[in-house]
Ligand binder design. Structure first.
Ligand code: FES
Length: 123
């Protein structure tokens, strides 16, 4: 499995936020999304580099709320939903997110290019 090819300060990132029935209704991923939107709004540089995208279901519903972060290739639409091969190519799956881990995801993974080794998983 490839490690995410995130370079500090050099990448655009897409974060897929699951809003499927389990992550959205049971685990209230919308609350975490609102928190992340506020964090991005307070940091304009980071806000320009990160796109939050709703995703229907990763198929790991019991582990939610689930997210997936990946660098966006130059020329790629950061709002476009990636195919499964793209998801499988990077180790960017984040299960069981909470307010603290979402904050870290933006600060450490997206801002400084350091995936959260203690919680990131293969998809
Ligand atoms: S509802 Fe989120 S992984 Fe299925």
């Amino acid at each position: 499995m490839n490690e995410p090819k995130a370079k500090p300060g050099a990448s655009q990132f897409q974060i897929l936020i699951c809003d499927g029935p389990s992550c959205g209704l049971t685990f209230e991923s919308d609350v975490l999304r609102e928190q992340m939107e506020k964090q991005l709004g307070a940091d304009p540089e980071l806000g320009k580099r990160v796109t939050l995208v709703s995703y229907t279901c990763f198929g790991r519903c019991g582990e939610g709320p689930n997210m997936y972060a990946r660098p966006v290739v130059e020329g790629e639409d950061p709002n476009a939903e990636p195919d499964l091969d793209t998801l499988a190519a990077y180790r960017g799956f984040y299960p069981g997110m909470n307010e603290a881990s979402c904050k870290r995801l933006l600060e450490e993974h997206c801002k400084h290019g350091r995936p959260l080794a203690d919680i990131v998983d293969d998809y």
